[in-house]
Design a protein. Structure first.
Length: 94
């Protein structure tokens, strides 16, 4: 096993442990680990390779969907919609 693979596994386990212990998003620690791996440990990879591998369209789609649902939960629209759906199906025998 090469040194890069060993560092990758160490950083992967560290990301999971930090996310669980600190109750934060594991993906945030994983992205930070990718930049550490590309910038400090394996400089021949380069940080630009991490940016080029990042699926920006998917990231923006997920970001705006999460923001939209956060807004819908905050202003009560999602709760109101759930109440209306439950009320509409109140007499349906399952």
């Amino acid at each position: 096993m090469s040194a890069g693979v060993v560092w990758f596994l160490i950083l992967l386990v560290a990301s999971i442990v930090l996310g669980v212990l600190l109750k934060k998003n594991i993906g945030m620690f994983a992205v930070l680990s990718a930049f550490i791996l590309a910038g400090l440990i394996e400089p021949e990879i380069g940080i630009s390779a991490v940016f080029n591998a990042w699926p920006s369209k998917l990231f923006l789609t997920l970001l705006f969907v999460f923001l939209w649902f956060g807004f819908a939960v905050t202003n009560g629209a999602l709760s109101c919609l759930a109440d209306k759906v439950v009320w509409a199906f109140r007499g349906v025998p399952w």
